[in-house]
Design a protein around this ligand. Structure first.
Ligand code: FES
Length: 81
């Protein structure tokens, strides 16, 4: 098996963003943070794609910045050390 192990998207998040994973990130549409993280990890790497998959940001858009931040962290290239 040459397939690399799947990386856990939570490994890419700073501790502060790993809190309240089972609470609503998008209160307008009752979308929990973990659902947004999983959508991003599965390829929804834009706010538009996250909205289409989860409905997060589809209310008045008040959680948009939080979704953008999660995308930034999860999609950031691995830093070479
Ligand atoms: S909390 Fe997500 S659109 Fe308002």
């Amino acid at each position: 098996m040459d397939t690399p192990p799947a990386t856990d998207p939570l490994d890419k998040l700073p501790a502060i963003l790993k809190e309240d994973l089972d609470r609503n990130l998008c209160t307008c549409n009752e979308v929990v943070k973990m659902d947004v993280i999983n959508a991003i990890a599965d390829g929804a790497i834009s706010v538009k794609a996250v909205k289409e998959q989860t409905l997060a940001t589809d209310g008045n858009g008040c959680c948009r910045r939080q979704v953008e931040r999660l995308i930034e962290c999860i999609c950031a290239p691995e830093l070479e050390k």
